[in-house]
Design a protein around this ligand. Structure first.
Ligand code: B12
Length: 220
């Protein structure tokens, strides 16, 4: 459990740009075996949401927001030894942000959760170009494509991407998530074959557990 006191101390250090103190807090939590998903949602995501609100209200400047983001991305790498499961299960996922989407931290978290469950996760980060994505799909032959979108104004780019992927790789299953759907319905995704909206890391975990089950062999 991440207490409110720890959260507020971390937030204050983050806003100060005090990376050593933020880093010490995260290291302490990891040492105390805090679940990486809790660290992601209850510390990193929650603090960045606060940062976003302060920035929106003009209480901090863009530079402070950038600083907080950079520190967060750096600290996320501390969890790597925890999330990289020793045993791979032979499943692959490509995680990407839609074109022109520069918010990439959520997508990185998604990739880490897949790794935690033994998947090979290929994370492409922000603003993924369709041509690059297609090259990687051909090369890696993933079981799944996970797309992240934070800004709803990118929705046309998302639908265009889904349509192109479905044309080129009709059987590739796609999941979509991200804060763009906090206030906007993902219902339109229902029109596509094998495309699903996943709302949170908790839901993602359920989804991964289901997909990680060994496939039943048919008796000839
Ligand atoms: C950091 C940040 C940036 C950074 C991003 C850098 C980076 N390396 O990622 C930069 C500076 C680039 C940026 C730019 C902009 N930003 Co900005 N940004 C943020 C901030 C502060 C944090 C984002 C973040 O990382 N959150 C933490 C992550 C972990 O949360 P998350 O993305 O929601 O991901 C979680 C879930 O959604 C889910 N998830 C995400 N993807 C997926 C995918 C799948 C498949 C699944 C299952 C789940 C899933 O899992 C994650 C863990 O729970 C937010 C504030 C906020 N409320 O988040 C504003 C915010 C998102 N930005 C905002 C805005 C307006 C912008 C700009 C338009 C500003 C500008 N005028 O230039 C640009 C747009 C850039 C673009 N085209 O993408 C607004 C969006 C408002 C809106 N409703 O549309 C916000 C909310 C700030 C605010 N309060 O106004 N931003």
């Amino acid at each position: 459990m991440i207490s409110e006191v720890i959260f507020l101390e971390y937030l204050s250090c983050l806003l100060e740009g005090d990376k050593p103190k933020c880093s010490a807090i995260v290291a302490h939590l990891i040492e105390n075996k805090v679940d990486p998903k809790e660290l992601y949602e209850r510390l990193f995501q929650r603090s960045l949401e606060r940062v976003g609100k302060l920035w929106e209200a003009n209480k901090i400047c863009g530079a402070t927001e950038h600083m907080a983001t950079t520190i967060t991305e750096c600290l996320m790498s501390y969890t790597y030894p925890v999330v990289s499961a020793p045993e791979k299960i032979g499943k692959k996922v490509i995680v990407a942000c839609v074109p022109k989407e520069f918010h990439q931290i959520g997508a990185k978290m998604v990739a880490d959760v897949f790794e935690l469950y033994g998947w090979e996760a290929y994370s492409l980060g922000a603003n993924t170009k369709e041509s690059e994505l297609f090259k990687l799909i051909k090369e890696k032959q993933p079981d799944l494509l996970a797309l992240s979108m934070s800004l709803y104004l990118n929705v046309v780019r998302l639908t265009e991407l889904i349509e192109s992927v479905k044309k080129e790789f009709p059987d590739l299953e796609i999941i979509v998530g991200g804060q763009a759907f906090k206030e906007n319905s993902p219902e339109f995704l229902g029109q596509y074959f094998n495309v699903k909206y996943v709302s949170s890391l908790k839901e993602l975990e359920k989804f991964i557990k289901e997909k990680s089950k060994p496939e039943k062999k048919s008796i000839a």
